[in-house]
Structures are given as C-alpha cells and as structure tokens.
Write a protein that binds this ligand. Sequence first.
Ligand code: 6PG
Length: 475
Amino acid sequence: MPTQHSDIGLIGLAVMGQNLVLNIESRGYAVSVHNRTAEVAERFVAQHPGRRLRAEPTLAGFVASLSRPRKVMLMVQAGAAVDAVIDSLVPLLEPADIVIDGGNSLYTDTERRDARLTALGLRFVGTGVSGGEEGARKGPSIMPGGPASTWQELRPIFEAIAAQVDGEPCVVHIGPGGAGHYVKMIHNGIEYGDMQLICEAYALLQAAGCTAPEMAAIFERWNDGELQSYLIQITAKALAQTDPDTGRPIVDVILDKAGQKGTGQWTLLNAAENATVISTINAAVEARVLSAHKALRVHASTRLHGPAGTLAGIDRERFVAQVHDALYASKVVSYAQGLALMQVMSRQRGWALDLGAIARIWRGGCIIRARFLHRITEACAAEPELPNLMLAPFFRELLNRCQPAWRAVVAQAVTAGVPVPAFSASLAYYDSLRSARLPANLLQAQRDFFGAHTYERVDRPEGERFHTEWPEVIG
Ligand code: 6PG
C-alpha cells in the first residue's frame, strides 16, 4: 500500500471514469479511486500494475489518501447519485477541499450544489467533459465552471489531460457556478443538431439511390473538406461497417428508434425560457422523439398518403454536391443558434462567457470537434458583440454561396416526401432572419382584434401603441 498521498481522487469507475483515471495517471499524477462496489476499484487497479493508482474500499480511506486541499472528482450518473455521493463525502472533507462533478449534470443542479458546498467552506466545480470513452482516455474537451481561484488549482491537471490542438489544451475556465455544465449542455444540443443533419443528408442520399458503401465514400470525401469533423468521420465508418450475421451494411439492420438521455431536451427548455430560437436543435430533439414512436409510424405509413420518398432520375453527382452545401449551411445555422443562446444566458447570469474561447476548446477532444470551429473563434475576435454568427463575414459569404443548393435540396425533399426537419428548420430560420418584414403585422392585428393588445405602426415612432375598433364578429 503506498504511503504517499495521491494528487487527486476519482469516484465512479464506469468506463468514462476508468479512462479518465488512466489519462490523469499517465500525465504523472497519483490517483486514488473509489467505487460503490469496492471490487470494481480493486480489480481496476490490479489490471494496471505499476501505475500510481490506489483503490480505497471505504470513502473515509479514500478521502484520507488524498493530499490537501483534496481534489475529489465524481464520475457518477447525473442526478440523485451525485447528491448521494456528495452527502457521504461532506462530513469527511475539510474547508477548501474541492469536489469536481465531471458528469452531465443539469447546470441548475450544479448551482444548487455549488451554493451548498460553498456555504460549508468547501469548493465545488461542475465541469463538462466531452469526448466519450476514447476522449476520456486520450484527451477530452473540458468545460469547468466554478470560482476562478479554484480553476487555478485544477488547471495543471486539466490542461495536462485535455486534448491538444495546435499546442493548446482544449480546456478553459468557462465561468462561475453552473457555467461549465451549461456550456456542456449547449455542446450536447449542438451535437444533437449535427447528428440529425448528418442523418438527413444520409436519408437524402439514400433516396437518391446511393448504397451504404457509396455513402461511406461520400462522407469520407466530405471529411477531407470543409465539413471535416469527428461526426462526419464516424458516419463514414459506420456506413462502411458490415453486419457479421447477415453480411448486410450494419446501418440497414439497426432499428430506427433513437435514444436520448435528456441534455437536448434541457437545451430546448432553456431556450424556451429565454425566448431564444434554436429551431435546428429543436428539430433534432423532436426527430429523435418521433423516431421512437416506431409502431405509430409503421401504422401511419399505410394510412397517410404522400410521395414514396425516392429521388429517382436525378443527377446524382450534382445532388451530392447540393446536399453537402445544404448540410454545411444548416450546420452554421445550428451553431449560430446555440451561440446566441449562450450569449443570452451569459448576459442574464453575468457569466461573461467567452464564445471564441469556447469554440476553441471544442476543436479537439469533444464529439462536435470540427475543422470549421476556428472560424467561430476568429469571428468572435473580430467582433466580440456580434449580433448573430451568420452575419460574420466568413459565415455570411458561406451561407450566401450555399443557399441556392440548400433551397434546391429542401424543395426536392419536400416534393419527394423525404422528411428533413432540421434542414428545413435551418432554412426557415435563415429566410426569417433575412426578412426585413415578416407577417407578424397580421399577428399583431389578430391580437389587437381579440384582446385589445395594441400594436405599433410602421409610420410612427417605435413604442407608440395603437388600437383599432375592429368590427364585431357574430357566432
Ligand atoms: C460527449 C457526449 C456525451 C454523451 C451524451 C449523449 O460530449 O461526450 O455528449 O456526453 O454521448 O450524453 O447523450 P444522448 O444519449 O442523449 O445522445
């Protein structure tokens, strides 16, 4: 049994936790581990001989094994489990000890826990950790919240274990309280958007008659260009994979019912609470919801009429290029919406989120890592108070260039009966944003008609309210 204290301790040895421990240890830190089922921790340490790892079967022993101020990282399931572990830890900790929650916790839970632990003289950090199992082991993107002074204590470890891009670690102090988990939630919302947009591109290519291996080649080619990203890369690989049992492409035997753990839904709720439009992410979440109603869809498929969902006889090469542009433009809309929401919350909570830095740490390690993210950082640097990412010169030009193809794709999809909720939501947002006049004038007339809610006029100063005596409606 080692006598020296460990630099950090981690509770929760599911795969993410295990991989994070191995990552931290490989950067020269001694790590104590504890798991609810003690044998899991014992086995884990036994499987990695010669490492500076230490399994502690009791929580008291675990806490005692750490150097002061103690750094205890939790990698347990978000929700009640986090509170349960904190409850058991609190009596064992001393002032200034740091508890780090690295799970996908809801940011308001993080704020509640932060307030509680701070009142007890402890320090709390809610941190987003993105990158899945592989990211945790080789270098995730890390989004820590909490006080800046606490960040300085964690900084050496976090910078050592994070993914590196161009010599820069993919971690930055996001802001106080729940800011880190909030930004991870937005990351996940954007992840949902990206995934759904890719799925719609796949559906369109399939409708155009492409086989899975052909689509694998298309996505691989796209991954060499502007769309380069982890999600495009894994999509190419997934499409190329064969099912060993049937010899068919594995995607053809996977049931079309999507799962979700809730971070996308939280993003929608937050956007609704803040009157902010995130229609692409919204469409992505709803597409997952509707996909899960498989039996209803199968039933409806024989009752509700429409085109067969095929795009026969089109110029395939041209169409592939159009889908590429539609995907890219829709993706930009989705990021613009996610960023706008972060900006609103940043102002409202006084978080002072640095959107350029956030885009920078998303370039590596996380699920949405992508080549184009540095363009967001550049746009934010050029104009910190940018009203909408879509108006930054690079993105504006990109959207202007892609919009004819984007329109053609959505129009063809609608005509052929191929559902493209995220592509069309993105395009509708684009067209709404560039509309100097929307039909909301009529909406105001309706409101004034039934509720005397008043309206403003185009020929009078803003803020001046008017009411019309509308004709009476009988019946
Ligand atoms: C990440 C992922 C990760 C996880 C999500 C997906 O950044 O590493 O976002 O956190 O894959 O929870 O959740 P769903 O099950 O909702 O798709």
